[in-house]
Design a protein around this ligand. Sequence first.
Ligand SMILES: *Cc1c(COP(=O)(O)O)cnc(C)c1O
Length: 339
Amino acid sequence: MIIDLRSDTVTKPTKGMLEAMMSANVGDDVYKEDPTVNALEERIANMFGKKTALFFPTGSMANQAAIKLHTNPGEQVICDKYAHVYNYEGGGASFNSGVSCKLIDGHRGMFTANQVVESINPPDFYHSPLTSLVAVENTTNKGGGACWNFEEIKKIRTICDEHDLGYHLDGARLWNAMVAENETAKQYGEVFDTISVCLSKGLGCPIGSVLVGDEDIMKGAIRIRKIFGGGMRQVGYLAAAGLYALDNHIERLADDHKKAKEIGEVLITLPQVKIVEPIETNIVIFELHPDVSEIVFVQTLADNNIHIIGMGGGKLRMVTHLDYTDAMHEMLLSTLSSF
Ligand SMILES: *Cc1c(COP(=O)(O)O)cnc(C)c1O
């Protein structure tokens, strides 16, 4: 039994999902003639109460398209220093959109409305880049699956309105946040201009993200997706996995969250472990005592068929997911306890 907790992206389609994929009705999506993609886009747009949604191969491409839609070259995006759009999209913001990022020194990947205000360059001060977009991430990835306080999200909306800034949500794991915090997609749709959501993380699809937004901002999205090389043909086979996941894999995220908490409870009892960050969803980030070798710790787990990853800076990460079964969970907890 191999226990892979490196990421929630390692899942493979379930039997039910594969069956849904195999029986999908498809067409050429570049001509907008794939009924299954159209159905997925319409369903997600409706969930968020937005007019338009567009299917993307990856979350990175959906975020990058959003940045492109909201900005012009030379401008600046406000985001947290931990943001995926800044750290893990290959420098795409500068490559694709010619923008820089103003990094906020937030807490677990989250920041306050006041920090946003302090980060906005005065628009008439032409020496500094023009601020045009605020990007928020929920749950935060590098922040350990932390969930934003929705009140702060709303306060930032007010700041964006006052300063005429776009407001984008990187919601790769928004499903986890909504389940953990008992929130609705509509709530998020009301506040943000654009939202990207991943189907390939907690929801267990092999591929796929959707960018949803208001009609005016989204009208250029299909062209940008084409320019990025993301126009796809009979991709309804993959959209069918997304539709299946929306029906079957959202509520069960609570089980991933419960398992993550239980892992944290055991980890903190280990003499090697110094800190376990608060666990709100399916991500567990912990640090070892300085005299414990991270390499040896990770290798010892690997020797026991348990795979986790280092996040740099002495942080280690485990992520629970659909393919992490009850049996694996029992095995992991007992292996850890015997460390
Ligand atoms: C995974 C992830 C993405 C998108 O990743 P892809 O691998 O490009 O689909 C975007 N933002 C966050 C916070 C993520 O965790």
